[in-house]
Design a protein around this ligand. Structure first.
Ligand code: ADP
Length: 332
């Protein structure tokens, strides 16, 4: 598809250049022919009107010479046109490739995204389907067993819902077309709302969340900033053993609001750090050994939210010691 689009675009470029070059050549040819004819006419006129005492003009302009000059002119212009067309075919092909490359990358990226999302959706759907099929076939299912199966079904539905929420979030913050209104906010309030949301989850794992939050006023999108804090706090709880501590701090320097979420969890290997903000990326430790639930979308949403506010998100982490996620957002 990319190749045929490239050829078509090159053909369009070539058509435009041909038209321009051909029109210019016609104009030049016409102008020079007119000029030649005028010179011939003038010369003839001067010879005819020669006064008797004037010395004779040396010769008449040969019409064959004029014709020859015209056909040489035609030949030169055709050669120049052919040269221009050959050069522009090559240049047009290169240029068309350059123009289409970002579109090609975007289409490939979309394709990867759809296939990753379908893959993630298939796992809970398959397990949901097989549970329902098995229970439908079993005629001696007790009420207690039925409830157990329904509970497990609900867990799978929950996973699907979480995934679709994440996918929606991702498209909302990534799509430059969607208009997101910024208002004057106090980032401290947003962080506090996120802490309140995650605290019950932390309590279940006997994890304490400490807060050190300064007042930081900035222009931003309140809901997405709460979501950003929730993602970081949720990960901190998810990837920490029970009984550990999480610290969330918020301060400001001259130009930026700096939000840090520090945990004492499993940490991330340095070889995996460059990839954790990629969509659907999950580090080995979370996918294999401990089987922690997740889709690998949280941090890419967090990154999109930070970028939406012209900020950035970074991480320092040591396996076995813990991780610190740092969000830096310009306040002006
Ligand atoms: P998810 O948590 O759903 O897998 P994320 O995008 O939030 O997806 O995180 C990507 C990966 O980064 C996780 O799979 C995990 O391996 C790693 N990670 C994120 N936060 C932490 C953390 N606080 N501690 C350790 N690893 C983390």
């Amino acid at each position: 598809m990319f190749h045929s689009a490239r050829i078509k675009l090159t053909a369009w470029y070539l058509l435009i250049i041909t038209l321009v070059s051909f029109s210019f050549s016609m104009v030049i040819y016409r102008a020079l022919s007119i000029e030649l004819n005028r010179v011939e006419r003038m010369h003839k006129l001067r010879i005819e009107r020669r006064l008797p005492n004037e010395p004779p003009r040396p010769f008449l302009l040969d019409p064959e010479l004029i014709e020859e000059t015209e056909s040489r002119l035609k030949f030169t212009l055709t050669a120049i046109n052919l040269l221009i067309l050959t050069a522009s075919a090559g240049a047009g092909y290169l240029l068309a490739g350059k123009t289409l490359r970002p579109i090609k990358n975007m289409v490939e990226e979309q394709g990867r995204f759809v296939s990753d999302a379908s893959h993630e959706l298939r796992t809970p759907l398959t397990s949901l389907r097989s549970e329902i099929e098995v229970s439908l076939r079993d005629r001696h299912l007790t009420y207690k067993e039925m409830k157990k199966i329904l509970k497990s079904n609900l867990e799978e539905v929950d996973k699907i819902q979480k995934l679709t929420d994440h996918l929606l979030g991702l498209s909302r913050y990534q799509d430059g077309e969607t208009k997101i209104d910024f208002t004057e906010i106090n980032l401290k309030n947003n962080a506090e709302k996120a802490v309140a949301k995650i605290t019950p989850l932390a309590k279940r794992k006997k994890i304490i969340i400490r807060t050190k939050l300064d007042d930081v006023k900035m222009k931003g999108h309140s809901i997405s900033l709460i979501e950003l804090c929730i993602i970081l706090l949720d990960n901190a709880v998810k990837y920490s053993p029970s009984g550990k501590k999480i610290v969330i701090t918020l301060r400001k320097d001259r130009k930026n609001a700096i939000l840090k979420v520090r945990d004492q969890g499993i940490g991330i290997k340095s070889s995996e750090l460059p990839y954790i903000f990629n969509r659907f990326y999950r580090a080995d430790s979370s996918r294999n050994k401990d089987k922690i639930d997740g889709f690998g979308l949280g941090l890419s949403i967090a990154k999109n939210i930070a970028e939406l506010h012209h900020g950035k998100i970074t991480v320092n982490s040591l396996p076995g010691k813990g991780s610190t996620f740092i969000v830096c957002l310009p306040i002006s």
